[in-house]
Ligand binder design. Sequence first.
Ligand code: IPE
Ligand code: IPE
Ligand code: MG
Length: 241
Amino acid sequence: MATKAATGGATPPRHVAIIMDGNGRWAKARFLPRIAGHKQGVEAVRRVSRAARALGIEVLTLYAFSSENWRRPEEEVRDLMGLLRHFLASELDELVSEGVRLRVIGDWRRLAPDLVAMIEGAIARTAANPGPTLVIALNYGAQAEIVAAARTLAEQVRDGSLDPAAIDEARFTEALETHDLPPLDLMIRTSGEQRLSNFLLWQAAYAELMFIDTLWPDFDEKTLAGALEQFGRRERRFGGL
Ligand code: IPE
Ligand code: IPE
Ligand code: MG
């Protein structure tokens, strides 16, 4: 459980998601190639996933590569995939020793075969860990996730195992990739952009949204603690009073 001290005594978030944006602008401001920003972005991932554990966040979900990011130049996509390989290879031991469970959401099975194998290995090695959980969204698009859930339910109806009248919000939620994670409490986007870019659209229904100007490579323990503090001051009403 996140410590109440971190949120000024309010109920702390169990599940935090971050749209890690601004690597390119971080690099541009320093007259560096975009890859330099992505490298610093990986350092921020290490920092922030450690900080999230220290603050007691149960689930941290990070948007690392969207299903739309294939539109970027081939060289940048290659660099991002290279950094992902490096991250998995260099972080796995720490994740295992820290008891972190790694989960990956999105259409990651369509990445390069060696990456798919690495990801499968990493998931398997951490599957029995008690948690917290680190979820990485890779080749993820929320609309595709929702469509896939609809397809799953449609197939169950066709097989006769599901009555269309039994499809409700809970049943739909069960068909999503995030079905076994706690509800999303807080969604942070860095770099000043104010959009969700196809991230966790269903899950964000009642999440608190936080758009902060910090560029992702500059995000650190203090930025996260500040976000939790601000979260603690929000009044969540869920439609009630
Ligand atoms: C986020 O930084 C990283 C990914 C989307 C993979 P960007 O690369 O989008 O950085 P900006 O938005 O161009 O600054
Ligand atoms: C969202 O950032 C995707 C990730 C952080 C992985 P983008 O930089 O791709 O989003 P847009 O294109 O500005 O909406
Ligand atoms: Mg961006």
